[in-house]
Design a protein around this ligand. Structure first.
Ligand SMILES: NC(=O)c1ccc[n+]([C@@H]2O[C@H](COP(=O)([O-])OP(=O)(O)OC[C@H]3O[C@@H](n4cnc5c(N)ncnc54)[C@H](O)[C@@H]3O)[C@@H](O)[C@H]2O)c1
Ligand SMILES: [Zn+2]
Ligand SMILES: [Zn+2]
Length: 370
C-alpha cells in the first residue's frame, strides 16, 4: 500500500514528508493505522546525526498509538480493531530477560531492530523498490506502520489515542523509574532532577507510590509549576548548589530516592550526592552524550548510596503499559498539561523546533483519517 511518512533522508536536514510503499505484515507482524505520535528527543538526536548508530533513509517516530488494521500469520495477541501503543522496547515473554522480573530488556529482536530491520532482517518500507529502514522498530511518523506483534501493547479502546501515545516513551519511562526501578516506598522523600516529560512522569510515579515529599528541580519556573501540578511538594532551581539545597531541605541527610531526567552527567552526579546516606537510591533515566562518563566519588557509595539506570522505566510494555493507561483513565494521572501542541504530519519539523525551544512538554502529531 501507499502511505505518507516523514523520512529522514540526510542527517541534519529537515524530515521530508513523502509517499512510500508499505508491504503487508508477514508472520508475527501487524499493520497498524497510526492515529497519534509524540515528537521526542530521540527522534531529533537521530535526525541530527549525533547518534553514531543512526541510519538513513528511515522513517522516524516511536511514540505512537493507533488501531490494528491487519495481522500476519500466527498473530494471536492482537486483532483488527484493537487499540495499541507502540513499544520500542518489546516484550516477547519468552527470552531469559522477559522471564525475569528484574529487567524489561527483551533480547528477542534487539540486533535486527538496532539495524533498522524487522525481525526477519528485511524491511516492509520501500521507495521505488529500494528498502527504507524502520527506526526503533516503530517508524510511527507515518499513516501506517508494520511492527512485530511483541512490540505492541493492547490498550482499552476507551483511551484517547493522543494521550495514550505518551505512554510509548517518556511518560512510562518516568512513571516506571519510580514504580519499577526505585520501587518508591510510601512516606518517603524523593527528588526529581529535570521536569520534562520523563521527570514529570517520575514526579507522578513518586506520588502514585505514596511518597510524602517530592522535590522537583529544574531551571525553568514554568516547568517547576508543572511539577507541582503532578505532585511535587517543593521545587528548587537547578544549578551548582542544588545538592546543598536538598541537604538543607532534608535535615542534612538527603533524599530516600532521587531521579535524574536531564541527560546531563553533572546532574546524574548531583542525583547521587543528594541521595541519603545509608540507603538513598539514585535512578538515572537521562541519555548522556556519546563518550561522556559519570564521575562519582566512591565514598558516596561506601556510605550506602546506590545508583541504578532505568531504560523505559523498567516497564515490561505489553503487560504494564495497559495498566498505566488504565490508571490514567481512572483519574490517577492528568495528561492534559503534557499535550502542548497538536500538529499534522506535515508540521513534523515544527515539532522539532518547538522541542529545541522547550516550548511545551510534548507536541503530538494527529493523523485524522480523511
Ligand atoms: N531511559 C529511557 O528509556 C529514556 C526514555 C526517554 C527519554 N530519555 C532521556 O531522558 C532525558 C529527559 O527527557 P525529556 O524528554 O524529559 O527531556 P526535556 O529536555 O524535556 O527535559 C529535561 C529537563 O531538564 C532540565 N534541566 C536542565 N539542566 C538542569 C539542571 N542542571 N538541573 C535540573 N534540571 C535541569 C531542563 O530545563 C528540562 O526541563 C533525556 O536525556 C532523554 O534522552 C530516556
Ligand atoms: Zn522517546
Ligand atoms: Zn523477551
Amino acid at each position: 500500500m501507499k502511505i505518507r511518512a516523514a523520512v529522514l533522508e540526510e542527517f541534519g536536514a529537515p524530515l521530508e514528508v513523502q509517499e512510500l510503499d508499505l508491504a503487508e505484515p508477514k508472520a508475527g507482524e501487524v499493520l497498524v493505522r497510526v492515529e497519534a505520535c509524540g515528537v521526542c528527543h530521540t527522534d531529533l538526536y537521530t535526525g541530527s546525526g549525533a547518534d553514531p548508530s543512526g541510519y538513513a533513509p528511515t522513517v522516524l517516530g516511536h511514540e505512537g498509538a493507533g488501531v490494528v488494521e491487519r495481522v500476519g500469520d500466527g498473530v494471536a495477541s492482537v486483532a483488527p480493531g484493537d487499540h495499541v501503543v507502540t513499544l520500542f522496547s518489546p516484550q516477547c515473554r519468552e527470552c531469559i530477560h522477559c522471564r525475569d522480573e528484574r529487567t524489561n530488556l527483551c533480547l528477542a529482536i534487539r540486533e535486527q531492530q538496532n539495524r533498522g530491520f524487522l525481525p526477519d532482517g528485511t524491511t516492509r518500507l520501500s521507495r521505488d523498490g529500494e528498502p527504507v529502514r524502520h527506526f526503533m522498530g516503530t517508524s510511527t511518523f507515518a499513516e501506517y506502520t508494520v511492527m512485530p506483534e511483541i512490540a505492541l501493547a493492547k490498550i482499552t479502546p476507551d483511551a484517547p489515542l493522543d494521550g495514550a501515545c505518551l505512554f510509548a516513551c517518556g511518560l512510562s519511562t518516568g512513571l516506571g523509574a519510580a514504580i519499577n526501578t526505585a520501587k518508591v516506598q510510601p512516606g518517603s522523600t524523593c527528588v526529581v532532577f529535570g521536569a520534562g516529560m520523563v521527570g514529570l512522569g517520575a514526579v507522578a510515579g513518586c506520588r502514585l507510590q505514596g511518597a510524602e515529599r517530592i522535590v522537583g528541580v529544574d531551571l525553568s519556573d514554568e516547568r517547576l509549576e508543572l511539577a507541582r501540578g503532578q505532585g511535587a511538594t517543593d521545587t528548587i532551581r537547578g544549578g551548582p548548589d542544588a545538592v546543598q539545597q536538598i541537604l538543607e531541605l532534608t535535615g542534612g541527610f538527603g533524599a530516600d530516592y532521587t531521579f535524574e531526567a536531564t541527560g546531563l552527567v553533572d546532574v546524574m552526579r548531583q542525583a547521587l550526592e543528594s541521595a541519603r546516606m545509608g540507603w538513598g537510591l539514585a535512578t538515572v533515566c537521562g541519555v548522556a552524550g556519546k563518550g561522556e562518563t559519570l564521575d562519582v566519588v566512591p565514598r558516596f557509595l561506601i556510605t550506602g548510596r546506590r545508583i541504578a539506570g532505568s531504560s523505559f522505566g523498567g516497564v515490561k510494555g505489553r503487560d504494564q503499559v495497559p495498566q498505566l493507561v488504565d490508571r490514567w483513565l481512572a483519574g490517577e494521572l492528568d495528561l492534559e498539561p503534557f499535550l502542548s501542541h497538536r500538529l499534522t504530519l506535515d508540521d513534523v519539523n515544527r515539532g522539532f523546533e518547538l522541542m529545541e525551544r522547550q516550548d511545551g512538554i510534548r507536541s503530538v502529531i494527529g493523523f485524522a483519517q480523511t
